[in-house]
Write a protein that binds this ligand. Sequence first.
Ligand code: 5GP
Ligand code: ZN
Length: 139
Amino acid sequence: MTENCLFCKIISGEIPSNRIYEDDAVYAFLDIHPASEGHTLVAPRKHFSRFVEMDAEDVARLFEAARKVTAAVEKAFSAEGSNIGVNNGEVAGQEVPHVHVHVIPRKKGDGGRGIKSIVWTEPDRTNLEEVAEKIRKAL
Ligand code: 5GP
Ligand code: ZN
């Protein structure tokens, strides 16, 4: 529990939430300002501000819970699909600095778009192998 973290307070029950799922590693609850009906946030109980701070076991537990929640959210709202994503860092739109996966159910004709509608900077497409090499070197 990190002091002054909104999601740590929600996970501990200090601040109420609409619980969807919980286990010893994860807590999932409804987003208070949903992008579509059923929009759920899936968070690790342990406080990590950024996704890359998590270890393999924590990530596995988080994404297995996100998979379960996605199946339930889609079933409950007869959704035909969903967007599943993490805003990682303030520059990427992260408002609450406690890692969480958004599960946003989608229906045909809802007016929403895909993940590339979040950002489109028109990067160079002629140097993809150079780009790949740069990332491989950083691994
Ligand atoms: P982020 O931008 O950090 O990826 O997403 C934070 C999300 O938390 C937002 O979609 C916002 O609507 C949601 N949120 C903010 N405050 C609260 C709250 O007090 N309770 C719940 N359930 N969700 C919240
Ligand atoms: Zn926290």
